[in-house]
Write a protein that binds this ligand. Structure first.
Ligand code: AHR
Length: 515
């Protein structure tokens, strides 16, 4: 009798759990697709802001923290594992008050300045052009340099490019040689201004376009170096900025940027929301706002299509990510925040969006790489911790330079009150070896998601997976407990005739490999 009661009770629980599972279907066209997911979509951003550069990357060569020429070894090793393809520097708002000549030559002789944008702290210029290029070489990524249009001169911008990339017998190339670097660096990605509608000069799009045309005239290609010129794009949904710059600058640029940040409350005034103390209401509002990236990309792409139907100009989302209140007790100007499972979902859905729009999105740079906003890595003196966002970037690495596979997701909504969002997000690609990778996010905080996938044009013999999840939506890694949340093997997936079936845990990011 006792056994029967237990059986009935267990059955009821199982039935309740089953009822709570959402039902979803997916079609992946493994025999289709023409667009490559540029690995540059997985780019990073490092600004002279808070403890991103100083402490996070740069510790000086004589530091007790293991380093190579002043750059932290632990950080470089971690970044190599996520295959960082490109790194944007020196800002951000800082870029438009950065004077590159302050950051070259013997470090002891470099002048200090005040970082007026970020905390009013002293910037000693010990991390400059040579140190940044060394960092890129150590990581194995491409440099993306932001030029100073806001407070710098045309000559200054012209000379920086000459300093970095010219092999001639010319003043700037010789200055670089005198500073210890004989060979020019390959610098492909170069931006002419940052947020010129705001901290970069409060310009109108017409004025900026004229400025771009003037500065860009003197930003030259030296030797075999060919610049990919990136113009300042809009603030979120300002499609008029995109229209004007597309019409006035046109193919004088190779890429046009877009900045969009996810704020739980949606407001820059007052509290943006805590990084770690939140309930399902803010979980939902954060993901709802992260998903707005999809319509933003589509709206700006539609404007770009009007004058660039061949998609020669790339959309460069060179700042994106979650922006919360700073951690209590930290400098408000340092933008230091923790990163939870919620951020893993923000990263997962956003990267899926970029993958899906890889015909137009040619680069993206999450803000920012270390100790600032939605970081990959947090540091505290000699300690380092990897965030859930880092783990998502690592899980998504197989998409880099793979072919996007067209897919159709028919998913249940995730509803809160009167609002609803898609309960899932997905993208799929096939790499050069023929392996198919599918990245899936279950946004729903409480309900698992069962998925039946019709995989057309492929008959894989095996499937394996990894999952990032937790029972706690605020789960995060700390210096004392660095492995609270990390990827785990995922076995709830089965090959089925013509595809696969799987059940994603609530609030999870999953990557599947089909071979
Ligand atoms: O990423 C932090 C800041 O956000 C950048 O400096 C600026 O470009 C943006 O407003």
């Amino acid at each position: 009798m006792k056994t029967q009661i237990i059986t009935i009770a267990t059955g009821l629980i199982a039935a309740a759990a089953f009822a709570q599972t959402t039902t979803n279907s997916l079609v992946i066209h493994a025999d289709g697709g023409t667009n490559t997911i540029s690995r540059m979509i997985y780019g990073q951003f490092s600004e002279h802001l808070g403890r991103c550069i100083y402490e996070g990357i740069w510790v000086e060569p004589d530091s007790s923290i293991p380093n190579t020429r002043g750059i932290r070894n632990d950080v470089v090793e971690a970044l190599k594992k996520i295959k960082v393809p490109v790194l944007r520097w020196p800002g951000g708002c800082f870029a438009d008050e950065y004077h590159w000549k302050d950051g070259i030559g013997p470090r002891a002789n470099r002048p200090s300045m005040i970082n007026t944008h970020w905390g009013g702290v002293v910037e000693n210029n010990h991390f400059g052009t040579h140190e940044f290029m060394d960092l890129c070489e150590q990581i194995g990524c491409e440099p993306y340099v932001s030029g100073n249009l806001g407070s710098g001169s045309v000559q200054e911008m012209m000379e920086w490019v000459e300093y970095m990339t010219s092999d001639a017998d010319s003043p700037m190339a010789n200055l670089r040689r005198a500073n210890g670097r004989n060979e020019p660096w390959n610098v492909k990605y170069f931006a002419v201004g940052n947020e010129s509608w705001g901290c970069g000069g409060n310009m109108t799009p017409d004025f900026y376009s004229d400025q771009y045309r003037r500065y860009n005239t003197f930003v030259k290609n030296y030797g075999t170096n060919r610049l990919y010129r990136i113009a300042c794009g809009s603030n979120g949904g300002d499609t008029n900025w995109t229209r004007v710059v597309m019409e006035d600058v046109g193919t004088r640029m190779n890429g046009l940027s877009l900045h969009y940040y996810t704020l739980p409350t949606g407001s820059w005034r007052g509290s943006k929301g805590s990084a770690t103390q939140f309930d399902e209401t803010q979980w939902f509002s954060t993901l709802r706002r992260a998903l707005e990236m999809d319509s933003l990309v589509q709206r700006h792409a539609a404007i770009m299509d009007k004058t660039d139907s061949q998609k020669r100009i790339g959309m460069i989302v060179d700042e994106w990510g979650a922006w919360y209140d700073v951690e209590p007790g930290t400098n408000p100007g340092f933008l230091y925040q923790q990163s939870t499972l919620r951020d893993a979902l923000v990263a997962g859905v956003t990267l899926n969006i970029f993958n899906q729009h890889c015909d137009r999105v040619k680069m993206a740079n999450i803000a920012q790489m270390i100790n600032v906003l939605q970081s990959m890595i947090l540091t505290d003196k000699e300690k380092m911790v990897l965030t859930p966002t880092y783990h998502v970037f690592e899980m998504f690495t197989p998409h880099q330079d793979a072919k996007l596979l067209p897919s159709e997701l028919n998913c249940e909504d995730y509803a809160r009150g009167e609002q609803k969002i898609p309960g899932m997000s997905v993208s799929a690609s096939v790499d050069k070896s023929g392996a198919i990778h599918v990245t899936l996010c279950n946004l729903n905080a409480t309900r698992p998601a069962s998925v039946t996938c019709d995989l057309q044009g492929a008959s894989p013999k095996s499937v394996s997976g990894r999952v990032l999840t937790s029972s706690d939506m605020t789960a995060h890694n700390t210096f004392d407990q660095p492995d609270t949340i990390k990827p785990a093997p995922f076995n709830d997936v089965q090959l089925a005739s013509g595809g696969f079936t799987t059940t994603l845990p609530a609030k999870s990011v999953v990557v599947l490999e089909l071979k």
